[in-house]
Design a protein. Structure first.
Length: 304
């Protein structure tokens, strides 16, 4: 399917606005980069996009409903905060996480249709009795002309759903759809969907839990000479990740980003128990998000 570059779109729209006599316009080569456009055309395109984005952000703030289209996930462990979703401390919640109803509402408003081009492969695999362990679904968002304006990917382990391929597919589709929507509208600064973007243990803002000027525990650097976990601890960690049904690569990516290490067996000993608590918080957060979406779907069905 043919994709259209940003440069082509800006230049075409600018030419349409001028409405010249096509017979007098010389044929020009299409620019390979928007930076090759005439400055006035490029500047006008950026200004228009800036205004359109501001309008979109205003609509998102007005139209999306917290609790059904998006929500904040309580990400502090029960050992530190037993209140869960009843907690009143905003520092104990992640930044807003976009739910499927919210993604559908955004796509519908923009006239975008949702397609899953790789779904057919899993249908054929299931029909032929192929044993599956992981589901990876790609989502494409098409405009009214059929052009791909954004895509996203969602992955799911069947172990997370106890072998239920139907649920695994639906969850992978949901993740891919949300991923594509965030990319299309540039909403990653507002919403999240990944566990590595959530704050598992935010620094408490209360003076009772942290004195002024005290260092943020989450931002504390790891000593370069810190001793790594033992082989036995590494095995227990791998087993726990598998037992909880978490994506190992996502956990590894978070560890790499947080502590500047490349492999799980390089985790410092003094961070082992901290990571173990975070794993539990991530599972709890994902379970709460799924439960919230199920409640929203039930409420939407009752309203219909």
């Amino acid at each position: 399917m043919e994709d259209i570059s940003m440069g082509e779109i800006i230049e075409a729209e600018a030419q349409d606005q001028e409405s010249p006599d096509v017979s007098t316009v010389p044929v020009q080569n299409q620019t390979a980069s928007p930076l090759d456009l005439p400055a006035e055309v490029f500047r006008a395109g950026l200004h228009r996009r800036k205004e359109n984005r501001a309008a979109l952000m205003e609509w998102v703030g007005d139209a999306l409903v917290e609790g059904s289209d998006y929500g904040r996930i309580h990400v502090v462990g029960k050992n530190k905060c037993p209140h869960g979703n009843r907690c009143t401390n905003p520092a104990h919640f992640s930044k807003p996480s976009l739910f499927k109803p919210g993604a559908e509402k955004i796509c519908g408003m923009l006239g975008i249709t949702v397609h899953f081009p790789t779904l057919h492969d899993y249908e054929q695999a299931a029909l032929h009795g192929v044993e599956l362990h992981h589901i990876i679904v790609r989502c494409e968002l098409h405009d009214a002309s059929g052009h791909v304006v954004a895509d996203g990917v969602g992955a799911r382990s069947l172990k997370q759903d106890y072998g239920d391929i139907n649920k695994a597919l639906k969850m992978a589709e949901k993740s891919a759809h949300i991923d594509a929507t965030l990319r299309m509208a540039g909403l990653s600064e507002v919403f999240t969907q990944d566990l590595e973007d959530m704050k598992p243990e935010p620094a408490a803002s209360s003076s009772h839990s942290q004195k002024a000027g005290a260092p943020n525990r989450q931002a504390a650097p790891v000593r370069q000479n810190a001793a790594p976990i033992t082989q036995a601890q590494h095995k227990r960690l791998e087993a726990r990740i598998s037992e909880l049904g978490l994506d190992r690569e996502r956990v590894k990516a978070w560890v790499s980003k947080a502590w500047n290490i490349k492999h799980l067996n390089e985790i410092p000993k003094n961070k082992y128990s901290d990571l173990d608590k975070r794993l539990g918080a991530w599972v709890q957060a994902m379970a709460e998000e799924e439960a919230q979406e199920e409640r929203s779907a039930i409420q939407a069905g009752d309203a219909a």
